[in-house]
Design a protein around this ligand. Structure first.
Ligand code: 5GP
Length: 138
């Protein structure tokens, strides 16, 4: 698959569609997943274009995973989570639905099941409230 510059995360990166932003630096951006599997589900996206992990330039990974760690710590503290899952899907057969590389940071609590992947749209006010808690913990 070749990289499609019209994918939804490319549009977010260009500021053409809105997102609930948590963090941004020269190489990465982090924003709330619009269909969260748990409250506080955050996506970390490199600015460099690639379909997924498989075609990315190796130079993408150091800044990307540095931000993933920063966000994972802030999600855990800010959301008062007991644990954090970090996942990343490559190709449709593996569950990838948006074809610009991204990493999921999902807070977990004992006994709280995850919601369905790409399931239900969240309320924007709720996403903003979660983003605020995460930002405060950065
Ligand atoms: P994938 O299945 O590709 O790993 O995950 C894509 C993720 O992007 C899904 O969890 C989905 O809920 C989320 N998503 C899809 N469209 C949008 C959007 O327009 N904005 C945001 N913030 N998240 C999106």
């Amino acid at each position: 698959m070749t990289y499609d510059t019209q994918n939804i995360f490319a549009k977010i990166l260009r500021g053409e569609i809105p997102c609930t932003k948590v963090y941004e630096d020269d190489h990465t951006i982090a924003f709330m997943d619009i269909m969260p599997k748990a409250d506080g589900h955050t996506l970390v996206v490199p600015k460099a274009p690639s379909v997924n992990f498989l075609d990315a330039e190796p130079s993408t990974f150091a800044p990307l995973f540095s931000t993933v760690q920063k966000i994972a710590r802030a999600v855990k503290t800010g959301m008062g989570a007991e644990g954090v899952v970090i996942t990343q899907f490559n190709e449709a057969a593996a569950g990838q639905t948006v074809f610009h590389l991204h990493v999921h940071v999902i807070p977990r609590w004992e006994g709280v099941a995850l919601r369905r992947h790409s399931g239900q749209m969240a309320n924007v006010a709720q996403l903003q409230a979660h983003a605020e808690k995460i930002r405060a913990a950065l």
